[in-house]
Every structure is written in C-alpha cells, then in structure tokens.
Ligand binder design. Structure first.
Ligand code: FES
Length: 121
C-alpha cells in the first residue's frame, strides 16, 4: 500500500450545513465529501461512465446517483451499484478529528532518477 498524505479538507459543520454532499479540492484532486449519519466519505468528483460531476448527484444512503445517466456507486467502496457505470469510482480514506475532515491522498511518485545523466551539467 502506498503512503498517504493526510490533509484537512473541510469541517463536519460545513458538510452538514450543505446537506451532507459537497465538492472539495486538494492539489490535483477534485473530490466529493459525503456525510452519512455520523460518518464522512470521500470519492473522486468524476463519474467513470461519462465524466459527470458526482457532487451534482443525489445521495441516497451510501449510494451516490450520477446526475447525468443515473448510474450508482457505493461511496464506501467506490464499487458500481447500478448501470450504466461499469468501472468503480476512486475513493479516498477519511478520518475525522473533532470537527475536522482529514482525507488521505497518495503521495506523488518519486521515481525520477536523482542521478545526473551523462552530459548533464
Ligand atoms: Fe454518470 Fe453516465 S455520466 S452515469
């Protein structure tokens, strides 16, 4: 499992105030935050079927319905729960500390060789 960078993204109070579904962003990631009962989840804000924004969809329990063609994903796992979607949506680990929502993002790869190439410099 890759290492994660944990970042504070929003507060539970903010998410509650907008009805438990809101877009968020960090670095190159566009996310949706979901509040179901007392638990917060996060997924990519991009339907894998046609690229619609899931943050404009409808949250029904643990399922997010895409606003474009009504595909369904389980926000706990990202798995498809209804057609026409076929590929899961990316989900991110979430923890809460008091009122703070903290999301884990994969660290960027650092596979570039630090060694200078022949002829460099
Ligand atoms: Fe989401 Fe088609 S774009 S179901």
């Amino acid at each position: 499992m890759s290492e994660l960078r944990w970042e504070r993204i929003a507060s539970v109070a903010e998410l509650t105030a907008v009805g438990g579904l809101m877009p968020a962003a960090f670095d190159r990631f566009k996310l949706v935050l979901y509040l179901v009962e007392t638990r917060v989840y996060a997924s990519a804000d991009l339907c894998t079927h046609g690229g619609a924004r899931l943050s404009a969809g409808y949250l029904q329990g643990h399922l997010i319905e895409c606003p474009l063609h009504q595909g369904l994903f389980d926000i706990r796992t990202g798995e498809v729960a209804g057609p026409p979607c076929k590929r899961p949506v990316r989900v991110f680990p979430v923890r809460t500390e008091g009122d703070e929502i903290i999301v884990g993002f994969p660290l960027p790869r650092t596979e570039e060789s630090p060694e200078p190439k022949p002829g460099d410099g």
